[in-house]
Design a protein around this ligand. Structure first.
Ligand code: NIG
Ligand code: FE
Length: 408
């Protein structure tokens, strides 16, 4: 089955096969082609070129009517499997409490863990799928989902089984991260909980093959560099690839320990010094920033420009979760990248597509317009240019969203 998209004003996000991420000056470039067609064969991008060369033998033709074509967003950092909401804490925050104060009062992550404990697997799946569908409607085609509201063996496994079910039933590409070390579970001592994660939960997760990645909230008041070292070592023994939450609340040493363990990404980075930037030079690790939590918690935005100037790549993700970023809108993330972090629209596009796909370990499969990649594609309404997307950041812009070549 061949589908041809015709009358495309401009294709953006064209990347040669084999390029898995962009760094430094490469962040300033994206392949573009004006007045173009794009051919999809089955679930793959098969060809693209100037309209004058459009093939005549496709089964269906879709008229882009002068819209742009771009790769679907990739969201490399979410916590969308959770039960209920935490709007009471939203009010606490408005009334002046900080994220740390809410957590210390037993709210925050532990509040979500209590609700998750009381919620059945089926109900958790139903609520989570609603969020996934909302994200897909907004243009996201690949999603990383973390555990971390279980905080005891059975509940962590429950979350990861829900993620597996989402992976089997939704058209977006899903990857799972075990984040047992998100907070110390109720009833455990700190050391006792770290041992539980390393000695009981990680082996159980690996036995059922429920996760691709292992993550730790390495930050002030949560887990130390030593805890993180231990947990990542245990995870790696079971084939889990490290990712890290670092430097959200304080300069935590999380970046350095992530690089030491060849983490695929280090995420948050609201509080970054030059040492973190230095530590990331020549690493395989993708610095990932989450402007949604900066926006919602009133934290500084990451120093994305400085990273790029230092020759590094930057990925942007939503951090969709009930406490620090209750939104999975990657177009808004892209807009904040431009408005608050002063990225150009091309840099921001690279950050929300190819580089976030890299941080998800799937940039050989999605994240760009590349022949052979999965046809995860947004066809926009008529727009002057890519810059219109972050500029008119509230105006609906998606005309069609195709995942694996199928309109959703
Ligand atoms: O990435 N920082 C740690 N974890 C989440 C927040 C989780 C929550 O508050 O429920 C984050 O911001
Ligand atoms: Fe997070």
């Amino acid at each position: 089955m061949k589908t041809c998209i015709k009358n495309i004003r401009e294709i953006v996000g064209i990347v040669p096969a084999g390029v898995l991420r962009k760094q430094g000056r490469e962040m300033n470039e994206t392949g573009m082609l004006k007045d173009a067609y794009l051919l999809i064969d089955g679930d793959r991008i098969a060809a693209f070129g100037p309209m004058a060369e459009m093939p005549g033998d496709a089964d269906t033709y879709l008229d882009a009517e002068s819209g742009l074509v771009m790769p679907s967003f990739c969201d490399s950092h979410t916590h969308i499997v959770y039960a209920g909401s935490r709007e009471g804490e939203f009010l606490d925050k408005i009334n002046g409490l900080s994220y740390e104060e809410i957590a210390r009062r037993g709210g925050g992550i532990l509040n979500s863990a209590d609700r998750l404990h009381e919620t059945s697997e089926d109900e958790l799946y139903r609520q989570s799928m609603e969020r996934v569908n909302e994200m897909i409607q907004k243009g996201t085609g690949a999603i990383e989902i973390k555990s971390g509201y279980g905080l005891r063996t059975e509940d962590e496994l429950k979350m990861l089984r829900v993620i597996r079910r989402i992976r089997e039933n939704c058209p977006a590409l899903i990857r799972a991260t075990f984040l047992g070390a998100h907070a110390v579970g109720r009833g455990y001592g700190h050391e006792e909980y770290v041992s539980l994660v390393c000695e009981e939960i990680i082996p159980a997760v690996a036995k059922e093959q429920l996760a691709d990645f292992v993550d730790v909230f390495c930050d002030e008041g949560f887990f130390t560099v030593e805890d993180t070292d231990r947990i990542l070592t245990a995870g790696r023994q079971y084939g889990l690839i490290p990712k890290i939450h670092a430097n959200e609340l304080a300069v935590s040493g999380g970046v350095q320990i992530g690089v030491k363990h060849q983490a695929l990404s280090v995420d948050h980075l609201e509080k970054t010094t030059d040492e973190e930037i230095e530590a990331l030079r020549s690493a395989i690790t993708m610095p990932t920033m989450l402007p949604g939590s900066s926006f919602f918690l009133g934290l500084p935005y990451g120093r994305a420009k400085d990273y790029i100037e230092a020759g590094l790549g930057v990925a942007l993700a939503s951090d969709y979760n009930p406490g620090s970023s209750p939104s999975g809108d990657m177009r808004f993330v892209m807009a904040m990248g431009c408005i608050r972090m002063r990225l150009t629209s091309v840099q921001a596009l690279n950050a929300v597509t190819l580089n976030s796909a890299y941080a998800l370990g799937v940039s050989d499969e999605v994240g760009s317009i590349t022949i052979g990649k999965r046809a995860n594609i947004i066809v926009t309404r008529p727009l002057n240019s890519l810059t219109m997307i972050p500029y008119m950041y509230q105006t609906p812009f998606i005309k069609y969203h195709l995942l694996s070549g199928k309109s959703i």
